[in-house]
Design a protein around this ligand. Structure first.
Ligand SMILES: Nc1ncnc2c1ncn2[C@@H]1O[C@H](COP(=O)(O)OP(=O)(O)OP(=O)(O)O)[C@@H](O)[C@H]1O
Ligand code: SF4
Ligand SMILES: [Mg+2]
Length: 383
């Protein structure tokens, strides 16, 4: 849906009330500079290259894709931590790109980020109390000492830490506890949206589930909306209501989480899914296995047409390497409404009319020059 906005960023035709974030045609391109004196731009990294999606109030949107596909850049762009090259982000009815100075600062309260590595995102010289008070003071949420103290204790209790944690420093905690502090910090300013970028990737597996459960509990308690970025399908599946699969800067598929697992339609998603082990041994022995061949192409020189065509086992002679497929709603028997796929042949692949074929690996270097040398076999399990 296109949304016109005024010079003040107020939306004239705001999207439905149930939509908190409306992203339209978002691109983030980083210039590649060469030369000491003139700093000449010799190209661009097309980190995010055309993303359209909506995040509904109170939902968890999971964004998944292999390393370097642009997940973090997209998350940062949502919060205006990166400038958009093109496109719009309407957050709660306001065009985020139009906000400047004080308006932007105030809006930041509503959009918080939780990072992968809490140790590097928490200032080691500050106590937990100081870390939590920082945002509250900046946004006028710690009106007096008694109120601030009460709120600090509530925050710690919400994330399952004792009040004694307030006087300690980040290095005195375990990884899981530090992530709890990172989450408390994000919560301290009472946000509407939390972008959690690989929130459990740095944690032991046993601690991952606890932090995921905590995020789910907090969502219910505080009515939060999440964008959870992860390369691990298992993490995303557990927590998400809807999932977007990203490949080289754009979405290739999006649907409700259960639907995506039941009906992965895009060849890339099918390859990702085929690498996820299934607990049932009979299903495990018979399930589809697609091993992707070749490395992820460079986002500085993405392939023409469908960006996945260099690795796609279903690639066809027509259209695949010339026309970029749009992310479109597909009508396929048994597939619920609203499932979106960016593949010219989604219907024929789903029906079995088109069958996968062998893919010859193409090695692509950073400049995008390709050769016929076999690239490394890519195990989707490792993403
Ligand atoms: N500030 C920047 N300047 C230039 N290139 C950048 C910058 N930030 C990111 N990139 C490049 O943009 C691409 C996307 O990076 P991004 O960090 O968004 O990917 P990601 O999907 O989050 O990967 P990961 O799973 O490894 O975190 C990468 O090729 C990265 O090198
Ligand atoms: S458009 Fe072509 S290359 Fe791209 S995913 Fe579909 S079949 Fe594969
Ligand atoms: Mg990242």
């Amino acid at each position: 849906m296109s949304t016109a906005t005024t010079a003040h960023g107020r939306s004239q035709h705001s999207p439905g009330d149930d939509v908190l974030v409306e992203v339209t045609g978002v691109k983030v391109h980083f210039p590649i500079k060469r030369g000491v004196v003139f700093d000449k731009t010799v190209g661009y990294v097309y980190a995010v290259d055309g993303v359209d999606l909506q995040i509904k109030r109170g939902e968890t949107y999971g964004l998944v894709g292999e390393s370097g596909c642009g997940k973090s850049t997209f998350g940062r762009a949502l919060l205006r931590l990166e400038d958009l090259t093109e496109g719009t982000v309407i957050f709660d009815g306001v065009d985020v790109a139009s906000l400047q100075g004080e308006e932007l600062r105030r809006k930041r309260k509503d959009m918080q980020m939780v990072f992968q590595d809490p140790l590097s995102s928490l200032d080691p010289r500050q106590t937990v109390e100081a870390l939590l008070l920082e945002g509250m003071n900046a946004h006028g949420l710690a009106k007096d000492k008694a109120a601030a103290n009460k709120r600090l204790r509530e925050l710690l209790s919400a994330v399952g830490l004792p009040a004694a944690a307030l006087k300690k420093y980040p290095h005195e905690f375990s990884g899981g506890q530090r992530q709890r502090i990172g989450i408390a910090r994000a919560l301290s300013v009472d946000p509407k949206l939390i972008v959690a970028d690989e929130p459990v990737s740095a944690l032991d597996v046993s601690v991952q589930a606890q932090v995921i459960n905590l995020l789910e509990d907090l969502q219910e308690e505080f009515g939060l909306t999440y964008l959870v970025v992860a390369h691990d399908l298992a993490v995303v599946r557990h927590i998400s209501d809807r999932i977007g699969v990203m490949y080289l800067g754009s979405l290739v598929e999006e649907s409700d989480a259960d639907d995506l697992y039941a009906h992965p339609l895009h060849p890339y998603t099918r390859a990702l899914m085929s690498a996820v082990p299934v607990p049932d041994p009979v299903v495990e022995d018979n399930r589809e296995r697609i091993i992707l061949v070749g490395d992820l192409p460079s986002p500085a020189n993405p392939p023409s047409g469908c960006r996945f065509h260099t690795r796609c086992p279903w690639k066809q002679e027509s259209k695949c390497d010339t026309d970029r497929p749009e992310l479109r709603i597909v009508q396929i028997d048994g597939v619920p409404q609203g499932h979106r796929v960016a593949c010219h042949y989604a219907e024929q692949i789903a029906s079995g009319e088109l069958q996968p074929h062998e893919v010859k690996a193409v090695a692509t270097d950073q400049t995008g020059d390709s050769s016929d040398e076999a690239g490394s076999m890519f195990e989707p399990e490792k993403l």
